[in-house]
Design a protein around this ligand. Sequence first.
Ligand code: SF4
Length: 482
Amino acid sequence: MKSVEIDYKLDKIHEECGVFGFYKNDDDLDIVSITHDALYGLQHRGQESVGMTIIDNQQAYTCKDLGIISTVFNHKNLSKLPNGVISVGHVRYTSSDYLDRAATQPLVMRYIEGSMALANNGSITNFPEIRNRLEQGGSIFQSNSHAEIIGFLIATNMINSDTIEDAILSTMNDLKGAYSMVISSPSKLIGLRDPHGFKPLCIGKLKNSYMISSESCAIESIGGTFIRDIEPGEMVVIDSDGFHSYHSKVKKKTSLCLFEYVYLARPDSVIDGVDVNVARKKAGEILYRENPVRADIVCGVPDSGLTAAQGYSAASGIEYATAFIKNKYIGRTPAALGNDKKERLLNMRLNVLKNVVDGKRVVIIDDSIVRGNTSAHIVKILRQAGAKEVHMRISSPEFKHACYFGVDLPEGDDFICNQYSVKELNKKIGADSLAFLSVEGLHQIAEGCKIGLCDGCFTGDYHADKPKMKFEDKFSKKINEL
Ligand code: SF4
């Protein structure tokens, strides 16, 4: 078979953030260590910055920086935070190559009533319009963070509102796109989810205390109990009396990101009534029914391909085997690396167990193909390890369209599926066969989901308006011109 030329620009997909908040009603709980531990449960949602703010006696104390939890937090800096009443935590990934320290969250803003800490997961599609409008009115900003304009709008709306609840509901009237947020006022913890419900957000309980989290796995990881999901368009306010629910009057077609079930969320989470691990297994089962093949073993690409491979194995009766060992300690690839170094890095990330695949017909399951580089590499190393046949199956449909709602995906021809048909792509990556889950199959994996689902990056059909204009970062442009 003709060898393939591989561009080693790595293709990983990233969620943009994870959020967490805690309201302490039990004196014996240590809110700093609880927030620290819960953020570990959300680390998969963002590895570029992390932070927590503690509210104590109506004052905000923050520890945050670029990095992951184990590099940012240490005994020295965490011991300076008080064991207060409310916490807000955040992990972040940014699609920008420029890591802006000013945009690390929680953002703490001082307004007429005191301090407010904000942590957001999402992308506001009318951010450019709102930002321009505010700048025209003389407002100044420290960063390009969407959370910053949300905080600004809330603080402005406070002037004409009796309560922070009213100010936030007024702000929700102005915002378009995706946002799942945790906000602290001096005396309340507030969680809100946009009317489409793009991103998950849920409530949990530990003793008499309550928490809000992007995913249920973080609640359970600290010994808490999942209560329920926050509904699209709902705002939950937690204070010493428990939690209270409010609804935005903005009604939209609901649209939870289907890719949460395929890849983004942790498998031990349950989102809007669907168990993520069960959904991934189902994806493998449907993938076999839609695209069967004769083989000796079925293997998954770690991590999210593993459960789908188990599903493929269960449906087909083909033996499930572990073909790859993944090194989890390798971070983001510097853009300036040469191709030989990037190939080495891919090898360091994923090593094949030769004795498992040698002489075998192998079905390999991965969660997605973006640029195709990783797929070509996987086929290549499986063949080098002696695999007789390599059949690639993908547990999501072909990525072809941009995401405007907070998942870092490329656009247009950067998707390899926009450049080649499945048959051509199969040839390019060097596999014996290649097949994707259908869009119908993708919807079936989330059967029982309590809300509507977004499949926009696969179909080009979005349930929400796309951004009308691009944000022009005048400040960065000026710096570049210097
Ligand atoms: S466009 Fe794709 S990645 Fe973005 S929210 Fe919709 S399903 Fe998720």
